[in-house]
Design a protein around this ligand. Structure first.
Ligand SMILES: [Zn+2]
Ligand SMILES: [Zn+2]
Length: 144
């Protein structure tokens, strides 16, 4: 016996199209048969959607469901990359620490202690920011 997945009416074992609604039921297993999992070989009872042993989807419907429920990979990264100001932000993120770094070195070469202290601060801050932005942008760029 085969039960139509569309109208739930019962058809004989060798039926390919449902008697009541005409739906293609050639892929529907005969009632009482076991569905063997193509991945692990576990025998699952009739009408099983997912393998009880390994979770493999056993019907087209089940794999569609699995696929539909899976969210697209890391949408925020893709959104960030497609953002209109992504390029400007990248430029600023590279430019500002770069300027800070150069200013820091220039100040380190000056003779007064105050200038050198400022230089150290600029250098440390720009390296920190450059590093942080580097990590963030690397992360975003790995999205695709
Ligand atoms: Zn039917
Ligand atoms: Zn399995």
């Amino acid at each position: 016996m085969k039960k139509c997945s569309g109208c739930l009416s019962e058809n004989s074992d060798d039926t390919r199209f449902c008697r009541s609604c005409g739906k293609d039921i050639s892929q529907i297993p005969v009632y009482g048969t076991l569905i063997q999992c193509p991945r692990c070989g576990n025998n699952n009872p009739y009408e099983t959607q997912f393998c009880g042993s390994c979770g493999q989807p056993l019907t087209q419907e089940a794999s569609n469901k699995l696929y539909a429920e899976k969210p697209p990979s890391d949408p925020w990264k893709v959104r960030a990359k497609n953002h209109p100001s992504y390029k400007q932000l990248t430029a600023i993120a590279i430019f500002l620490p770069g300027v800070g770094f150069i200013l820091g070195i220039v100040n380190l070469c000056k003779s007064t202690v105050l200038d050198r202290k400022l230089g150290e601060h600029l250098l440390a801050t720009s390296i920190l920011w450059g590093f942080l932005w580097g990590v963030v942008f690397l992360f975003i760029n790995m999205a695709s």
